[in-house]
Design a protein around this ligand. Structure first.
Ligand code: MN
Length: 197
């Protein structure tokens, strides 16, 4: 999986985003969802696989309601380092606007029967256009699927499975924005340290 497309769209002298190089985040597979307030507000949903972040732009953001089938447009692979990126992409650059981490954590690839599978098998499912995974985030928990619509390679749907983390209430990603950003969390933790003294 190449990061050439990611790198070709960006001028790293002008944008604070990390330059694309492959890497491994750790023993567990990571995920991140970034709230990207560009020309159109959207959420970037990223799953680590084989040294890069497989990426989808989700206009309405993820939902914990299984009735919501959220459109997810596959975009270019991003570098692992992108998972902690928050900040402003200056005007004139690709994706110009503000990026906050909306949720992050680890995930496990699973199969039809909800058994954990290897990254290699998961990559085959991705190629076939139908992946399932178990999320261990602060906001996103339990089993989800991303299913290619077969209209083209890029058009997918992000769907929550029925499990104990699912809700039948209306779910709006914006309701959870801000409070989960890394900058907000760091700021809040700093306050905690001060209060202890
Ligand atoms: Mn984006």
């Amino acid at each position: 999986m190449s990061l050439a497309k990611y790198n070709s769209k960006r001028h790293f002298g002008d944008t604070p985003e990390p330059a694309g190089k492959k890497g491994l985040a750790g023993a567990k597979l990571t995920f991140v969802v970034q709230r990207h307030h560009a020309s159109h507000l959207h959420y970037d949903f990223r799953l680590e696989l084989n040294g890069t972040l497989k990426s989808w732009a989700v206009p309405k953001g993820p939902s914990l309601n299984p009735k919501d089938k959220r459109l997810a447009m596959m975009v270019e692979d991003h570098p692992i380092d992108y998972a902690t990126f928050e900040g402003d992409i200056p005007a004139g650059n690709y994706g110009a606007g503000h990026v906050d981490v909306w949720d992050h954590g680890t995930y496990e690839p699973i199969d039809e029967d909800a058994n954990v599978i290897s990254p290699k098998e998961f990559a085959q499912h991705l190629h076939a256009g139908n992946i399932k995974f178990r999320m261990h985030g602060k906001l996103l928990k339990g089993d989800f699927a991303l299913v290619n619509m077969k209209k083209d390679e890029k058009t997918w749907l992000l769907i929550k499975h029925h499990d104990k983390y699912a809700t039948d209430e209306d779910y709006t990603s914006e309701d959870y924005a801000k409070k989960s950003s890394l900058a907000y969390t760091a700021e809040r933790n700093k306050d905690k340290v001060v209060k202890k003294k």
